[in-house]
Design a protein around this ligand. Structure first.
Ligand SMILES: [Zn+2]
Length: 347
């Protein structure tokens, strides 16, 4: 699946780039003319063009290789992560060969330009470069710093080629802002008095702790606005009786009904193939027991951890709660917002 997708994508990109005259794509035009300028200025230049995907690096490599004005300066190859070759990855030997050629440089029969995915951003032993291009390649502020880190040789330049006003341009500007903030914060940290800093941290922790306690209290208050006794759980669609709220139980992240009569009041459909998770399997679907109503209540879950059991993980949104007069019927958007206490399973 992934392989076919990769092949199709690579083919399409190559076709697109082959079709594209440089003039039609200002980004490729900038890339080619900048490369020409760099190598004209210094024939010993060595650099990397970062592409966003494996398919993009393949297309860029063949495009750069086809440019007549570059062929006297540039020998280009591609570097991507390790994996199956059919998926456009490289094996260890291929990676090592490319890196060796890149270290050699053009003068010694090697190469002087790499087109790479972010595999070249960290870890691999890559010689210093005097220029870096990021072609439509924007990740986060850390990626930006790392990519530039590769351009650390003397007078190194780092270009980013994106369309103006594109999301990528905005993201890059945001990254630059974050990097600035990061530097400022580091500077403040270095210059701060240690005692004062400890005090500030303590104060901040106190504030956070109080906020947390307040939020807990608020939750607690909401949970106890009504007593659970006498509240009836009904189908939201047709008001069909599901169970008394005293039978509700919070089990892990699920809310289930422990009333043995529950299964007489619903309809269940078993899946042919269960959806398997680590501690649970979803083995079916529970619907309202009223024949003329098809409201789904949630999945039928097999709990595998501890004592095995099956129960319906009830969706709060499918239900309505008869709170007794004077409150009448109330809906809650989620279980955590319910105004009455619900038992929790104790481990
Ligand atoms: Zn119903």
């Amino acid at each position: 699946m992934c392989r076919r997708y990769y092949r199709e994508k690579e083919k399409k990109l190559k076709e697109l780039i082959a079709l594209e005259k440089v003039k039609d794509n200002p980004k490729l035009e900038v890339l080619v003319s900048k490369l020409e300028e760099i190598y004209n200025r210094n024939k010993l230049s060595r650099g990397i063009v970062f592409g966003r995907t494996r398919a993009a690096t393949a297309a860029l490599k063949s495009f750069i290789g086809d440019q007549e004005q570059l062929c006297k300066f540039v020998q280009v190859d591609r570097l991507v992560g390790k994996g199956k070759e059919e998926d456009g990855f490289m094996n260890d030997g291929q990676q090592q060969r490319v890196l060796k050629n890149f270290r050699k440089g053009l003068q010694n029969g090697g190469i002087n330009l790499l087109v790479a995915t972010d595999v070249a951003q960290e870890g691999l032993d890559i010689p210093d470069c005097n220029f870096i291009f990021r072609y439509e390649f924007v990740s986060n502020e850390i990626g930006s710093v790392q990519a530039r880190g590769r351009a650390r040789a003397y007078a190194a330049i780092c270009y980013l080629i994106v369309e103006s006003n594109s999301i990528n341009e905005k993201r890059e500007k945001q990254n630059q802002k974050r990097e600035e903030d990061m530097k400022k914060a580091m500077k403040q940290l270095r210059e701060a008095d240690e005692g004062e800093l400890t005090e500030q941290i303590k104060q901040r922790q106190l504030v956070l702790l109080n906020e947390y306690k307040e939020a807990q209290k608020k939750k607690e208050r909401r949970r106890n606005m009504h007593g659970v006794e006498g509240i009836r759980v009904l189908c939201k669609e047709c008001n069909h009786f599901v169970c008394d709220a005293t039978y509700l139980l919070k089990k892990g992240t699920h809310y289930i009904c422990t009333d043995p009569e529950f299964f007489n009041r619903i309809r269940e459909t078993r899946y042919r193939k269960p959806q398997v998770y680590r501690d649970t399997d979803n083995i079916g679907l529970i619907c309202c027991g009223n024949d003329s109503c098809n409201k789904q209540f949630g999945p039928l879950v097999l709990y595998k951890k501890g004592v095995q059991m099956t129960a319906c993980a009830l969706s709060c949104r499918s239900l309505i709660f008869d709170m007794n007069s004077p409150y009448g019927l109330i809906q809650f958007p989620k279980w955590a917002k319910c105004s009455f206490p619900i038992r929790e399973e104790q481990y």
